[in-house]
Design a protein around this ligand. Structure first.
Ligand SMILES: [Zn+2]
Length: 118
């Protein structure tokens, strides 16, 4: 898949900036929780989708119960070749492997605090 693929509307690509050094396709429009958002019509209904899921789904099978891991670690990147379809469990494992400082019990923890031994 190339940048500007005609299977997605021009208004999609208008919001995507190809980064020549990293090869990332950076989503420049609306985002939430660090991920992009795109208004998309499906079955006549306007829904908000993650733009990287749209591009990935055009390249590989993307079941709704699977998540997308950004191998480039840029969550705004919509280049499907930088993304890996993984289960939620694998995605979490990859995250903790990359961010050991944020694992439970450490000062910057984002997970559930570890229960203290009695
Ligand atoms: Zn990327």
């Amino acid at each position: 898949m190339n940048w500007g693929d005609p299977r997605l509307p021009q208004r999609f690509w208008d919001k995507v900036h190809p980064e020549p050094n990293s090869g990332c396709w950076i989503w420049t429009a609306a985002s939430s929780w660090g991920y992009g958002q795109f208004g998309w019509k499906r079955d006549g209904e306007q829904i908000l989708v993650r733009p990287h899921r749209l591009t990935v789904a055009l390249v590989v099978d993307l079941p709704s119960n699977m998540t997308v891991d950004h191998r480039c670690e840029n969550t705004l990147c919509v280049n499907p070749h930088h993304c890996l379809v993984v289960s939620h469990v694998t995605n979490a494992k990859l995250f903790w492997a990359r961010h050991p400082e944020r694992s439970a019990g450490s000062p910057g923890a984002v997970g559930r605090p570890r229960r203290r031994a009695a």
